[in-house]
Design a protein around this ligand. Structure first.
Ligand code: AMP
Length: 215
């Protein structure tokens, strides 16, 4: 496994699966959402710009995202491959990414399209909490941290993302349907797209993904 893209609506479990994949296969997990959130927290110029869009559940403009990802993928730790979570999110980004890997003589191995129906996503997102420190995902009902508000893994603060508020989630789902779901067809044409049913327990979804990735 070298270069893999995780596709799927917000709340499909991309972040949770990405963490598990990156541990098992020892591959770097790159989440554009995490990079933007870190920039927002540090108050960088990129973070300030990105926040305007993130708070509304809109996508950050393509140029900002492509430059950021292109720069990140040239770091030494990406030499042996990476798992992209949250990128590409538009056809423009996918075409940009294709040119980027082609220029380097690399190839994209697999696109995992984790599908979950909207009616399952809303309650999932309403109860979702994440760790400010390590990004671990929790749920108030199905997977609460052992101590309320404290991450089991790193002791960081467990909080609700501003963009997980119901109104914003509804907009993120619309943005996904309009701007990101055309990527499913885009990648299906390349024969690299594998559909994974994400409406199952985390471990079951992970088993399916491992079967697709091989040993
Ligand atoms: P995520 O954590 O992947 O749900 O991303 C959170 C937010 O960051 C999104 O709602 C967007 O505002 C922004 N974002 C993350 N990745 C991208 C991307 N590839 N293109 C545009 N905006 C992005």
């Amino acid at each position: 496994m070298k270069r893999v893209v995780l596709l799927g609506p917000p709340g499909a479990g991309k972040g949770t699966q990405a963490k598990k994949i990156s541990e098992k296969y020892d591959v770097l997990h790159i989440s554009t959402g995490d990079i933007f959130r870190a920039n927002v927290k540090e108050g960088t110029p990129l973070g300030l710009k990105a926040k305007e869009y993130m708070d509304k559940g809109e996508l950050v403009p393509d140029e900002l995202v492509c430059d950021l990802v292109e720069d990140r993928l040239t770091w030494d730790d990406c030499k042996n491959g990476y798992l992209l979570d949250g990128f590409p999110r538009t056809v423009f980004q996918a075409e940009h990414f294709d040119r980027f890997i082609e220029k380097r003589g690399h190839e994209l191995d697999l696109v995992l399209d984790i599908e979950v129906p909207n009616e399952v996503i809303l309650p999932r997102m309403a109860g979702r909490r994440v760790c400010r420190g390590c990004g671990a995902s929790y749920h108030v009902v199905t997977h609460p941290p052992k101590v309320e508000g404290v991450c089991d893994l790193c002791g960081g603060e467990v909080y609700q993302r501003a963009d997980d508020a119901e109104e914003t989630v509804l907009n993120r789902l619309k943005v996904y349907a309009d701007q990101t779901s055309p990527l499913i067809e885009y990648y299906t044409k390349t024969g690299k797209n594998a559909v994974v049913d994400g409406d199952r327990p985390v471990e079951e979804v992970f088993e399916t993904i491992c079967a697709l990735l091989g040993e």
